[in-house]
Design a binder for this molecule. Structure first.
Ligand SMILES: Nc1ncnc2c1ncn2[C@@H]1O[C@H](COP(=O)(O)OP(=O)(O)O)[C@@H](O)[C@H]1O
Ligand SMILES: [Mg+2]
Length: 238
């Protein structure tokens, strides 16, 4: 974990599956200290961008560099995939495993795990088996696995997609508290502009793999300048 200010600079980034290019991000800079929402319709490339940034998918072309007063090696990056998994052993261990190589003393690990499970409303299920969890519960456990760590960059792919309103509200609060505590850069994919407004101060909107809106969340989502942005948001207008 670093206290340095940094930027993540994306340039000429493309990702193709076979002959089809699904991501084409010419230029995008993410700055430490901000919470970014990654919005856009199904299939626009949100998960692909997050996978490439996390390193689980190689890019086809382009660069992702870290600038400012940190290097890539300084940054602790956490990635929560769109499909959450929980291992068969206990919920507690599912979360504690994130700290196995941290060198932290057992007391501290136990305290952090309890706090993270509390934050996502899963403290009562600490002893339950991971294999029996519902989709929403597995998603909460996957999130707790992130929140026990001190991360500089948190990449979340539709973290509340399987949750009901109560769960979503709780988790959004937990993420805000985590950000206040750690100051991490957060990038959260969501297909809901309403959630983007609640959890982010900046928004990146994708359409067919390209960035079509970028900036202050309220402005980008209230006054989209692109045709694709206007069309996407028109579905959400009340
Ligand atoms: N492993 C893959 N192989 C082939 N096509 C893929 C693969 N993963 C995603 N795609 C395609 O890439 C496009 C972007 O997908 P994705 O990034 O998952 O979109 P989003 O997360 O915004 O819904 C979609 O058209 C999807 O079908
Ligand atoms: Mg997705």
């Amino acid at each position: 974990m670093t206290s340095a200010r940094f930027t993540i600079n994306i340039a000429g980034l493309t990702k193709a599956y076979g002959k089809r290019t699904v991501l084409d991000v010419d230029s995008l800079t993410l700055e430490s200290g901000h919470s970014y929402a990654l919005v856009g319709p199904n299939g626009c490339g949100k998960s692909t961008l997050i996978k490439v940034l996390s390193g689980v998918e190689p890019m086809t072309a382009g660069r992702v560099d870290v600038g400012g007063s940190a290097t890539r090696e300084d940054l602790a990056v956490g990635y929560m995939p769109q499909r959450s998994y929980a291992f068969g052993f206990s919920v507690f261990r599912n979360v504690a495993m994130a700290l196995h190589d941290s060198g932290k003393p057992r007391d501290e690990i136990n305290r952090r795990v309890r706090e993270a499970l509390e934050a996502v409303g899963m403290a009562d299920m600490a002893d339950s088996r991971g294999s029996g969890l519902s989709g929403g519960e597995a998603q909460r456990v996957a999130l707790a696995r992130m929140l026990v760590q001190d991360l500089d960059v948190l990449l979340l792919d539709e973290p509340t997609a399987s949750m009901d309103i109560a769960g979503t509200t709780l988790v959004e609060g937990a993420l805000a508290a985590y950000r206040r505590r750690t100051g991490c850069l957060m990038l959260t994919a969501t297909h809901a502009p309403s959630q983007a407004r609640r959890i982010s101060d900046r928004a990146v909107m994708l359409a067919e793999g390209r960035v079509v809106e970028f900036g202050d969340t309220a402005t980008a989502l209230s006054y989209p300048t692109s045709k694709a942005g206007q069309e996407f948001l028109s579905y959400w207008a009340v």
